[in-house]
Structures are given as C-alpha cells and as structure tokens.
Design a protein around this ligand. Structure first.
Ligand SMILES: C[S@@+](CC[C@H](N)C(=O)[O-])C[C@H]1O[C@@H](n2cnc3c(N)ncnc32)[C@H](O)[C@@H]1O
Length: 465
C-alpha cells in the first residue's frame, strides 16, 4: 500500500444518508474536531447533497470518522469526477498513477460497484457502466465475493424523486475506504431494548447527540434527566463511563407501569444497568440516582467531559421540581432544615434551561460539551431565543420538526472558560436569553388549537420515534 508521502493530494468523498439531514454537518464537524481536524469542504460543496467532497484528510481520519458516524453511509478515496462520463474519464486519466498503482497490482483482487442516487438501474445497465470503465489500468482479477479492493462508480440523479433526470447530474469514481455506523440504528433500536419508557430517545438521535458531544473512550458523561438512559446507552457504546439522575423514583428503580404493549408492570430487572448489560457495556455503568436537577447535589468541580440530555417538555412527562410551601423563606444557602417537607412544584421550561446551562458551566471540563434538546413553538422562534451563557460557546443548533407548529432544536455548546462570580447572573440580564421566557408557555401552545388534531389522533410524538 502506498504511503501518504507517495500518494499526495488525496480527496475523500462521503456519501451521506438523507434522514437526519440537519444533523449531518454538526455530526461530521464534531467527529473531525475529535481528531483535531478542521472541516474543509471541496469546491461546489452543498450541505443538502448526498455527496460531500472533503479536503485535508488522511485515510486514518476518514476511518476514524466512519467508525463513529450514523449520518455518513460510506466514504471513498476520490479518483475522478465530472458532470458527464466523458468528463469523469478525463478526470480519471489525469489522476496521478502513483495514487492508483498500489490498488491495481497484478496479484490483487477487486470489484467495481455501481451506486445510483435517486434512480434504480437494471442489472445489464450496471454491467454496461462497469465495462465502460475499461480505460482504467486494472491489473488484478475480479473477485465478487472477497475482493481486496472495492471501487465504486457513484451517480447522483438529484434529490427530487418526482423529477429524475435521464442522465446523472454528477458522477464520481473512487476507492471504497469505509462504511459508517448506520447499523447501530437497527442494533440499538428501542423496540428491542430491555428497559424503555414513553420518552426513550431513538437510537439514531442518541448516537448523533453522542457524536456532537465528542464523547470518547474513558470520558465521564452525565445526563441530569436520564429517564430510561437511552443517551447513556449510546455514550457507553463508545467507551464512556456514564451516570445520571431523574426526579422519578419509579424510572430510576425500574418499577411501576410498563411502556410496553401487553405488559402492565415493569419486570424485575428493567433498569438502565440492564440496558447496558444487554449491549455488553455494563462495565462503563457508574450509577443513576433519584435527584432533582434544579438542586445542587454535586460538589463544586468540573466533573464531566460531556452533559447530554433531553429535558422534560411537559408533554409526555411532567416538568416538576422539589421545593417548599414556604419558598419565600428559603434559606440563602439553599439548604433546608431537617423539619423541611419537600413538595412538588412546577418547573418552568426557562428555569430548566437556566439551571442546565449554569450547571454545565460549573461542572463541565474546559472543552467539554453540553448537548440538549430545546422545545420550540415555531411561529415565534428566532435564533435569539437560544439560551446563552458566558462560559459556553454555541457550536450548533439544528431543528427536528415535530408538527406544523412545534419542533425541538438540538443545541450543542462547548465550555470555554471557568465561571466567575459575575457569570452566574450575568446571562440572565443578557438580551439574548430573555426571549426564551416566552416559551414558558410551550406546553399550552403545544396543546393549543394548532396541535389539537395531532393530539386527537394521538400521533404527536415528541421523541421523533
Ligand atoms: C424526556 S425525558 C428523558 C428521556 C430519556 N432521554 C430517555 O431516553 O428515557 C425527561 C425526564 O426528566 C425527568 N424529570 C422531570 N423533572 C425533573 C427534575 N426536576 N429533575 C430531574 N429529572 C426530572 C422526567 O422524570 C423524565 O424521565
């Protein structure tokens, strides 16, 4: 195999899945950042295209990204491209032969695949296209079953299924390097998971969140609204140690009513630890505990490499916190006396996010990431509504539509500095922060006229499952 010094100016082509469209760029950027690499799009880069050419990478980077990505399907070392097969031929004939020769040796085996996006080709047409590549100096023997090298001709017929052109808009040819982790979406499906709840996060989104949080082996990850632990499951798959809290005793202890069809009560071992055991990652389970995310229960230190969470929106689960009837008499240090009887109070959404950002500013390591979902009433949404904090830099903000009027936005922030005394309150005065206060009424708006039909049909699914 040629070394990188012999083989220069390599470009890589990524084939992206078309689901999770808005999450692809933040995911790939985060995986690049995890390897200390910038995002360098090639010319004519289009974010919504199924094909991206990226510069400035080596094969090891590409394999590292593909070992994590659920948005990318496959990656190829790009050898040529063009708007027509003639342009592709010219491009391929100009490709440095020293970049190709290691894969074209006489004693090697290979196969060529044809992949068409937005068009299905009959088998004979595929064969014709492969035969037409005979101008390339393949020296080896074809092996369909177990080739040493796989090459791929990729044709892009656009993204409109109602307007498929006769000829492709663009054609690429390259050497296959690696496939992404789409399989995780199936193998970690909540349908087959031991312990689930009404709001369990689907596997694809859990892995996207984990990737956007740049979670890596031996990291310590915390979910303050842990529920059934779907986000912890995804983090533990990549070797992170995981822990979480939830206000709901039954959820943490795996008791109470089952969310499964035909099961009234949860079984004896339905809990988060058992979920990790199911996937062979129990050794990364630290613990979960019953705790109110609005209360300070952690020692004051930067404890976590990432905080990943799906806070309650009050649609399928209540937004509650503990408090006191005499909250006006709350002690200044926040510590109640032994005679204090906690009661459940409503927890306004804007407070949830204030607390979450403050908590993250205090308990993330520098460079650590907070990834969370923010519910949005679409007619009123503007970017200024995204809660900010002086210690957290906004990295990405992408939308998942839930209904015509509601959506949730996946927010990724990175800790850039330790909080100073002035920081804990300063962000509340920030004009950027206050607009979200209006979203206190998200629940009312969700259940307002616009969503009535959805609710009636019982089809509204806040978790995108
Ligand atoms: C959307 S669910 C999280 C679902 C979780 N990601 C999963 O995959 O199962 C939100 C969770 O927050 C919990 N919760 C609500 N208020 C809370 C509070 N004040 N402190 C901690 N947890 C709370 C609820 O009990 C619920 O389990």
């Amino acid at each position: 195999m040629g070394t990188s010094t012999e083989r220069s100016c390599l470009k890589y082509l990524f084939h992206l899945a078309q689901d999770h469209l808005d999450f692809r760029l933040p995911e790939i950027k985060a995986l690049l950042a995890l390897r200390g690499k910038p995002f360098c799009p090639g010319e004519n880069f289009k974010e919504k295209s199924p094909f991206w050419c990226l510069d400035g990478l080596c094969e090891e980077d590409v394999c590292g990204i593909m070992a994590r990505s659920v948005c990318a399907k496959s990656a190829f070392e790009l050898w040529g491209r063009g708007k027509t097969h003639n342009e592709l031929k010219t491009s391929l004939l100009n490709y440095p032969s020293e970049n190709m020769s290691a894969f074209m040796q006489k004693d090697s085996t290979y196969r060529i695949n044809v992949y068409t996006f937005n068009k299905t080709l009959e088998f004979p047409d595929r064969i014709k296209k492969i035969d037409a590549m005979d101008y390339l100096p393949f020296g080896g023997t074809v092996s369909l079953k177990s080739p040493q090298h796989i090459f791929c001709l990729l044709e892009d017929y656009g993204t409109d299924p109602n307007n498929i052109p006769e000829h492709p808009n663009y054609i690429y040819f390259g050497r296959w390097v690696a496939d992404g982790q789409r399989e995780l979406i199936r193998s970690y499906s909540v349908k087959n998971r031991h312990f689930i709840g009404n709001t369990s996060m689907d596997a694809g989104l859990s892995f996207i969140m984990t990737n956007q949080a740049k979670v890596k082996e031996n990291d310590l990850v915390f979910d303050p609204f842990v529920g059934t632990g779907s986000l912890l499951v995804a983090c533990s798959h990549f070797g992170a140690y995981v822990c979480g809290t939830d206000i709901d005793y039954n959820t943490i202890h795996g008791k109470g009513r089952s969310s499964r069809k035909n099961h009234k009560w949860r079984g004896p071992d339905e809990n988060i630890r058992a979920n990790l055991r199911q996937y062979g990652t129990e050794k990364t389970y630290l613990d979960v505990m019953v705790s109110d995310a609005s209360k300070a229960v952690w020692r004051n230190a930067a404890l976590f490499d990432a905080i990943i969470t799906d806070p309650p929106y009050g649609i399928r689960e209540s937004t509650r916190r503990t408090g006191s009837h005499k909250d006006n008499n709350k002690p200044p240090d926040g510590v109640y006396t032994d005679s204090h009887v906690p009661v459940s109070q409503s927890y306004h959404l804007s407070d949830i996010f204030t607390d979450l950002l403050n908590f993250s500013a205090h308990h993330l390591v520098i460079g650590g990431r907070l990834v969370y979902w923010l519910p949005i009433y679409r007619p009123e949404y503007c970017e200024e509504m995204i809660p900010l904090h002086p210690c957290l830099r906004l990295i990405s903000n992408c939308e998942q539509t839930l209904s015509s009027h509601t959506s949730r936005r996946l927010i990724t922030m990175e800790k850039i500095k330790e909080p100073e005394e002035s920081d804990s309150l300063s962000h509340l005065a920030d004009s950027h922060f206050s607009p979200y206060q209006g979203h206190n009424a998200f629940r009312e708006k969700y259940f307002s006229g616009q969503n009535k039909k959805l609710i009636k049909d019982n089809k509204s699914d806040v978790n995108g499952e």
